[in-house]
Write a protein that binds this ligand. Structure first.
Ligand SMILES: *Cc1c(COP(=O)(O)O)cnc(C)c1O
Length: 495
């Protein structure tokens, strides 16, 4: 299987090269040239498999330049002994037409672990194949959860260094503490004075600047990306949608398929669901849920992507994003693989902050996608009503998705079963979840205190990875301006 570039259809690279490079030299994203089709026989067989076995069965279709042994080692390294009860992606049925797909049972309690436990395995093997023995420098811009999950995935992985930039005021107290206390000899964390888009723009610029690349190459180093623009991040996410279908069809009749609801930021998670749909998983509608940063809601409804709008800091910070990078891949596929048009839209986005895909594209997209958003007040109301009626505690991001799913049902009358991606443990956002249940109760509490209070109030345990955070030594306190990111990279790497 080969991969091409969303901005240049003549490009052909192997999976290892796509994963190793992270982003194409012209700033485009790597996409598979064709998609494998999964049939009834596949789903039936996969129904009896463990999660790592399901992962192997999907990975081998996409990673044709990896050996069977390599694929097995990657899947087992990622998913055996790393997630609660060795069940990385369990379903939790609310018996009201919705089923949560819980993606937060890994080492950092957010769904990013699903991909970032696997990516280092894929990447170190990719480096052996195509990297010429250089040290891989992982550069990450994070709105919170990616950073910690990437640090945890890459820490002390031989042949790699990892540097994480996060917006100083754009992550929760717990997220900040998780990153600041990260262990490992090859890790570095720096806050930036700016928002997530500033961090992401800075990282993208470093990635595509030939002078920076040359300076690293002279020291036998090369950048790679653990952001969700890396194909090695998306591929593991396809696995859990296939896995969810394998489990769902055992307990439910699905004559008209099912819908998938995803709390969306960079558009990676929902895009993985769309890939699963293109491969044969009977997903009917993809419901894209946003918070007040509802640039995607508007795009899906109008065909106009316009990031020229105020940036809101919300209680679902991992979705506080105005440039959803992975949308580029959807545009590529929906435009009939028209790299020239994609390139023009992305140029318009970077020059004017805006592009218009036109009526035909808009119609194609709204056939499959439905966009909606929820503000903080409605999100909190959902957390509270869900807990009061069922005893199920969900986090702020998942609550945005559930709120939008409820809107979708009312507005469309579509009563198909819905799988709602549950993307974080409620304890990762304990203060806001507690405030939703008991307004004011979280006031003045530190992150760890809020977790304790939430546990006492709900009778649910604090997940093990989040226990004892406040006792761990803080290792990283640096804050820099976006314009200093390059200097921080050089200083950290000693180049
Ligand atoms: C990253 C993240 C999201 C957004 O996912 P994308 O793939 O960027 O759309 C949603 N919820 C949580 C908890 C996250 O960490």
């Amino acid at each position: 299987m080969n991969y091409t570039d969303t901005r240049d259809g003549s490009v052909r690279v192997s999976a290892a090269a796509a994963i190793h490079d992270g982003i194409a030299p012209d700033g485009g994203l790597y996409v598979p040239c064709e998609l494998p089709r999964l049939d009834e026989a596949f789903f039936t067989a996969a129904g009896d498999m463990t999660y790592p076995e399901r992962a192997k069965a999907i990975l081998r279709l996409f990673l044709t330049d990896y050996t069977e042994e390599e694929i097995a080692a990657c899947a087992e390294g990622a998913y055996v002994g790393t997630f609660d009860d060795d069940i990385p992606a369990p379903l939790s049925d609310m018996s009201d037409g919705s089923v949560f797909l819980e993606l937060w049972h890994g080492p950092t309690c957010a769904f990013k672990d699903m991909a970032l436990q696997l990516l280092p395995h894929l990447l170190t093997r990719a480096s052996q194949k195509v990297g010429g023995g250089r040290r891989t420098v992982i550069l990450v811009a994070t709105s919170g959860d990616t950073g910690k999950a990437a640090l945890e995935g890459f820490r002390d992985v031989p042949g790699t260094s990892i540097l994480v930039f996060y917006p100083e005021h754009g992550v929760s107290a717990t997220q900040k503490l998780q990153m600041a206390t990260q262990q490992g000899s090859n890790v570095h964390v720096c806050a930036i004075e700016g928002n997530f888009d500033d961090a992401q723009t800075g990282v993208k610029r470093l990635f595509t600047d030939p002078a920076v690349a040359a300076r690293l190459a002279a020291r036998n180093m090369a950048f790679s990306s653990a952001n969700s623009i890396n194909w090695g991040r998306l591929l593991p996410q396809i696995v859990y949608y296939v896995s969810a279908y394998c489990d769902l069809r055992k307990t439910k009749e699905l004559p008209d398929g099912f819908n998938v609801v995803v709390p969306t930021g960079n558009f990676g998670n929902i895009l993985a669901a769309d890939y699963a749909r293109r491969m044969g998983v009977p997903i009917a509608r993809l419901i894209c849920a946003s918070n007040r940063n509802n640039v995607l809601t508007d795009f899906i409804r109008t065909g106009v992507y316009d990031r020229n709008r105020p940036f809101h800091t919300t209680i679902s910070p991992s979705m506080d994003i105005l440039i959803s990078s992975n949308l580029e891949r959807l545009l590529y596929h929906e435009s009939g693989e028209d790299a020239a048009r994609v390139k023009a839209w992305m140029a318009a986005l970077s020059e004017n902050g805006r592009y218009d895909v036109g009526e035909e594209m808009r119609r194609r997209i709204t056939d499959r996608f439905w966009g909606g958003f929820a503000d903080d007040a409605r999100t909190k109301a959902t957390i509270r009503s869900l807990f009061e009626s069922t005893g199920y505690l969900c986090d702020t991001h998942t609550a945005v998705a559930r709120t939008v799913w409820q809107d979708y049902r009312v507005q469309t009358g579509d009563a198909r079963p819905a799988v709602i991606a549950s993307t974080a443990s409620p304890y990762k956002f304990a203060a806001d979840v507690l405030d939703a249940l008991a307004p004011g109760a979280a006031e003045g509490l530190t992150g760890p205190e809020a977790m304790q209070a939430l546990s006492e109030r709900t009778g649910t345990p604090v997940p093990a990875p989040l226990q004892g955070l406040s006792e761990r030594p803080v290792r990283f306190t640096e804050v820099c301006a976006p314009s200093d990111m390059e200097a921080v990279v050089y200083r950290t790497l000693g180049v």
